[in-house]
Design a protein around this ligand. Structure first.
Ligand SMILES: Cc1cc2nc3c(=O)[nH]c(=O)nc-3n(C[C@H](O)[C@H](O)[C@H](O)COP(=O)(O)OP(=O)(O)OC[C@H]3O[C@@H](n4cnc5c(N)ncnc54)[C@H](O)[C@@H]3O)c2cc1C
Length: 367
């Protein structure tokens, strides 16, 4: 049976960032396995590509800490490796007095998290930045931006490969058996052939599938809910030049239907939030009026007919429909299953946090 020192399951942005981080030390002792035919085919290619500054998350949470340091690391990686990105800046807008009070709370929370440059804007100041946006006040975050996440993932893949990592696509892990020490991983290969190999350490970066794999290793694992987020694109020249977000809904349920601009200048609205039983990426065109109502609160001039169903992504969420905020889970499953590292509930800001998550795990493994 073939043997590896460390196996990473899942070549999304997190598994790839981690492979790039561990590869220089582990070289050919590191394996990255991915069930799809290439990298980033699931949640990592179905998101807003926003580099979050780290404003929203409770102080000292993993989401806050890893987002703030991941944000800095992503911009640095983009500068050093010529990956397209823009410090486009973001406005979070208040359309009522209650929301205005909440913006100040958000500003304070962001400052405690280490986000720099946050500034509360009056209605007039907000209008100067975004003439078409209706805001009683706004919170401006200059560090929020956008990134070419596909090329970022390609960079991580190349760094891992160059250092000697084996990357096995079309290879789905079906079960993990603890061997005490180490693990046997059972899988299905490209020709539907079944085989197994062993690994001293397993790092579960399997996104939507992470809980199922964790349970297959006999680990008591929390439920991961599927929370679908759909987008509508805007057909026509963008009437906005920044990322524009409403004040977030209470209870930490998403960031509200917001406006993002991609590196090609294309405007998209979303994602909304719908819990679902199984991953389903179809966008329901009937949700157009729901989107239009939410968008008109901050962009009254919106022409609903310009909204076109675009794409959807699924968040792997630990937080159920009526539950309070939940953080990422990143832990070694000691004492029962040492050597098994679980990453569960890596929803937003997982793209931004990926390089910092990789550092966190490298420190855990002393690598
Ligand atoms: C709608 C939406 C918008 C978002 N917007 C943002 C944003 O703007 N900014 C931000 O920072 N974050 C955002 N996020 C969050 C971000 O996209 C995710 O946190 C991030 O992509 C998670 O990456 P991952 O590598 O953990 O998971 P994934 O990309 O899901 O990767 C997991 C990989 O594991 C593979 N896998 C699963 N099971 C197996 C198996 N049995 N064997 C082998 N391989 C397996 C899958 O095929 C997949 O490639 C958003 C998420 C959503 C859904």
């Amino acid at each position: 049976m073939e043997k590896f020192e460390v196996t990473i399951i899942g070549a999304g942005i997190v598994g790839l960032a981690l492979a790039a981080r561990l590869a220089p030390k582990l070289k050919a002792e590191l394996l990255l396995v991915e069930q799809q035919e290439g990298f980033g085919r699931e949640t990592s290619s179905r998101n807003s590509e926003v580099v979050h500054a780290g404003i929203y998350y409770p102080e000292n949470s993993l989401k806050a800490r890893l987002c703030v340091s991941g944000c800095r690391r992503i911009y640095q990686l983009c500068r050093e490796n010529d990956i397209a990105h823009q410090h486009i800046g973001k406005l979070i807008v208040a359309t009522s007095s209650a929301e205005e009070t909440f913006l100040d709370e958000l500003r304070q929370r962001g400052c405690k998290n280490g986000v720099s440059g946050l500034k509360l804007l009056s209605a007039a100041e907000s209008k100067t930045l975004e003439p078409q946006v209706k805001a009683q006040a706004a919170l401006f975050s200059p560090d929020s931006g956008i990134v070419d996440s596909h090329n970022l993932m390609r960079l991580f893949q190349n760094q891992a490969k160059t250092a000697g990592t084996t990357i096995a696509f079309h290879t789905g892990i079906t079960a993990i058996r603890p061997l005490h020490p180490g693990f046997r991983l059972e899988c299905t290969g490209p020709d539907q052939d079944n085989f197994s190999f062993s690994s001293k350490i397993v790092i579960n970066c399997a996104g939507l599938n992470a809980a199922r794999l964790s349970r297959s290793a006999g680990i008591l694992t929390p439920t991961i809910h599927y929370a679908k987020g759909s987008y509508f694109s805007y057909n026509g020249p963008a009437p906005l030049s920044h990322l524009v977000y409403p004040a977030p809904p209470s209870g930490g349920h998403g960031l509200g239907i917001h406006a993002t601009i991609d590196l090609g200048g294309r405007l998209r609205f979303g994602p909304d939030l719908e819990y679902c039983e199984t991953p389903d990426y179809t966008v329901n065109a009937d949700r157009r009026s729901h989107f239009a109502d939410a968008i008109r609160r901050y962009l009254p001039s919106l022409d609903e007919n310009r909204l076109v169903p675009d794409m959807a992504g699924i968040r792997p969420r630990l937080q159920g429909p009526d539950a309070p905020f939940s953080d990422f889970i990143i832990r070694e499953e000691t004492p029962k299953t040492p050597g098994f590292i679980n990453l569960l509930g890596i929803e937003s800001p997982g793209l931004t946090a990926a390089p910092a998550i990789a550092d966190e795990i490298a420190a855990m493994l002393d690598l």
